[in-house]
Design a protein around this ligand. Structure first.
Ligand SMILES: Cc1ncc(COP(=O)(O)O)c(C=O)c1O
Length: 401
């Protein structure tokens, strides 16, 4: 019993699930503290350093004294740079004053959008397995998250006809995330276009999380609802600097949203954080307007690593996977292995960390439909990828021997 009889945490907060990838990281670190080696394939962050010209822009901003509060939606120059970027990449016209909001990471963009738009009784449909912040943010806003089950057979994409079966009059937001975490899938044009048509018929918003957009392989073209929406106000566009510019620690993301919603999101962000960090915003301008070659360089390197990963995975029996087309994850079906050994994916990952010194992420960390899978992040050196996957192979071989 608590000493304070008024102590009570609301049920939606006690029940909400945070990102459990950090639990696996903690376990791996514990093993490392015992002096044993662990190959980290669990956490989804680039192993590259932030490009030098971006860091230098932050240093210059600090030296100029840009160390104070900024406007809640971000400094005008950055919002202008974002609007220009969206025009260049998607050909859409956003007004930096009325449509763009800078946030403390894409995660806050997701949270702020859901918190602003949802209320008790509303539903969101989100990809499962998927990034856990979508259902978590919906639960915090007292709405009901409805999982859309991504399957390997459908190339881990959302199929409009299957999505249509889940729609109700309460559906307010449908989340798309392409390239996808954790599946590494890229949605084909017909799926994106079909979902835009559904949104226009049924009147729900599409929250399109495109944080992995440039990280795409095999010359594939990225498809966004922004390319097909007859009115971009239907799209809640989420993006961030973390992945493509290797800036996870800088905590910078943004939203492009309709003029109607904009002031309310700004109000919510004002209540939450007042404004994004000041000097990192100047670095973000440099990220967008400066040379993009470091991004292309990283993407080329991810593609090579993806190829190495596939080569190594192909040598392992009893698993299934499809070649990732984007982001830096492979989502591997290990259900036969789990059945044989009588473990769930989380126990299997713990077994791999403790006995083989390799840490992938259990699929259930990405939602209940991720059970039976492990996610392997290939934002790691080729050597570590080879070594780590070989260890997973040895563990599986042992189980079946
Ligand atoms: C799909 C997806 N969206 C958003 C984020 C959040 O990124 P940020 O670091 O900008 O908060 C992540 C981070 O892993 C992600 O995988």
């Amino acid at each position: 019993m608590s000493a304070n009889k008024n102590f009570h945490i609301p049920r939606h907060i006690t029940n909400v699930t945070p990102e459990t990838a950090f639990i696996v990281l903690e376990k791996a670190k514990m093993i490392e503290r015992q002096g044993r080696e662990v190959i980290h394939l669990e956490i989804g962050e680039p192993d590259f350093d932030t490009p030098r010209h971006i860091k230098e822009a932050a240093v210059r901003a600090l030296e100029r004294g840009e160390t104070h509060y900024t406007p809640t939606p971000g400094i005008p120059e950055l919002r202008q740079a974002i609007a220009e970027y969206l025009k260049e990449v998607y050909g859409v016209d956003y007004d930096w004053r009325n449509n763009i909001v800078v946030t403390t990471g894409a995660k806050q963009a997701i949270y702020a959008a859901m918190f602003t738009l949802l209320e008790d009784g509303d539903e969101i449909i989100y990809p499962n397995p998927g990034y856990p912040a979508y259902p978590a943010a919906a639960v915090c806003a007292r709405a009901r998250p409805i999982p859309y089950r991504l399957t390997m057979e459908d190339g881990f994409s959302i199929k409009p006809e299957k999505l249509a079966e889940l729609l109700t009059p309460k559906t307010k937001i449908v989340v798309l995330n392409s390239p996808n975490n954790p599946c590494g899938s890229v949605m084909p044009r017909e799926d994106v276009r079909g979902i835009v048509e559904l949104a226009e018929d049924h009147g729900f918003y599409i929250l399109s999380d495109e944080i992995y957009r440039p990280i795409i392989f095999d010359g594939l073209k990225h498809e966004s609802p922004l390319n097909y929406a007859s009115n971009i106000d239907r799209v809640i566009f989420v993006d961030g600097f973390s992945k493509r510019y290797a800036m996870t620690g800088w905590r910078l993301g943004y939203l492009a949203i309709s003029k109607e919603i904009h002031p309310y999101i700004v109000k919510v962000l004002n209540i939450m954080t007042s404004c994004p960090v000041s000097f990192t915003q100047y670095a973000a301008i440099e990220a967008l307007r400066g040379p993009q070659e470091p991004v292309y360089e990283m993407v080329r390197e991810y593609e090579k690593r993806r190829n190495v990963l596939i080569e190594e995975l192909s040598k392992i029996d009893h698993i299934r996977f499809i070649k990732p087309s984007g982001a830096f994850y492979a989502f591997v079906d290990v259900s036969r292995v789990l059945k044989k050994v009588g473990m769930n994916s989380e126990n299997f990952v713990m077994h791999l960390i403790e006995n083989y010194g390799v840490a992938p992420l259990h699929g259930s960390a990405m939602g209940e439909y991720g059970e039976g899978y492990i996610r392997i992040c290939f934002a790691n050196s080729m050597e570590n990828i080879r070594k780590g996957v070989k260890k997973i192979g040895q563990a599986i071989e042992r189980i079946f021997s």
